[in-house]
Ligand binder design. Structure first.
Ligand SMILES: [Zn+2]
Length: 249
């Protein structure tokens, strides 16, 4: 059998996953045998959860489409507002819950601060992450693209930036979360929801100055941590406002 020759065109920011020398150009590959389009694309470095639309010779296909002859393959990322082949999109999810890889601790804090349900264990191994993802129906966030390529991953995302605030903006855009922000409603330590609590109920646990200056308190329904709009609060609010503005661009 003659080798099958394919050409891939990565749209949007998907060339993040290929070496800088091949960015912005068609990638040429030769296949020794019939191969699924998913495997062809992942062999170029792009994990399947990053792919929202595949066109083979101009026609939309699923991940398991077999490439048996020469083909041009166009690969599109998830982009809100994109309208071509709207009913052929591969990432149909309304995920609002996440599980984060160990190296994304600051992003986990940020997302919880904004009210999102985030499972995060700094000691989790890969198989634990996949297990939590599956059993709790969460989207996987990791910069480990090999992990993102694992066959059981349905929904996931690889943050491009190394900066936690920029990553937060990326995640808000990728999962279309801007309308769902609920800052200061979730515990950044343990992920449980916060509840308003009266000052008298917790006064024993407050420092003398906090007792004097603050009236509004929330308590974590999980770990009982007390939160109040203290001195760092306006700084946090500014950061959240910045994230909100950047996500809206
Ligand atoms: Zn807590």
């Amino acid at each position: 059998m003659n080798p099958i020759s394919v050409r891939l065109n990565l749209h949007g920011d998907l060339d993040f996953f290929v070496r800088s020398g091949t960015r912005g150009r068609w990638i040429e590959r030769s296949l020794g045998e019939k191969t699924s389009v998913k495997d062809v694309i992942e062999a170029c470095g792009v994990p399947h959860p990053e792919i929202d639309l595949i066109l083979v010779n101009g026609q939309p296909v699923d991940f398991d489409c077999a490439i048996a002859g020469d083909a041009d393959i166009e690969v599109y990322p998830v982009e809100t507002g994109s309208t071509i082949f709207k009913n052929k999109r591969l990432q149909i999810s309304t995920d609002r819950a996440f599980v984060l890889d160990v190296h994304l601790g600051r992003l986990a804090r940020n997302l919880r601060l904004l009210g999102f349900d985030v499972a995060y264990d700094p000691n989790a191994e890969d198989r634990q992450l996949l297990c939590t993802m599956k059993s709790e129906d969460r989207a996987l966030l990791t910069r480990d693209r090999r992990l993102l390529m694992h066959a059981v991953v349905r929904t996931g995302y690889c943050p491009r930036s190394q900066n936690a605030d920029e990553q937060t903006v990326e995640v808000i855009r990728r999962f279309d979360l801007l309308g769902s922000l609920a800052p200061f409603t979730r515990c950044v330590r343990c992920n449980a929801p916060l509840q308003m609590v009266s000052k008298t109920e917790i006064i024993e646990r407050l420092e003398p100055l906090t007792k004097i200056y603050y009236e509004q308190f929330r308590r974590c329904t999980g770990c009982s941590q007390i939160y109040w709009p203290g001195s760092h609060f306006s700084k946090l609010q500014k950061r959240i406002e910045q994230i909100r503005m950047n996500s809206n661009r």
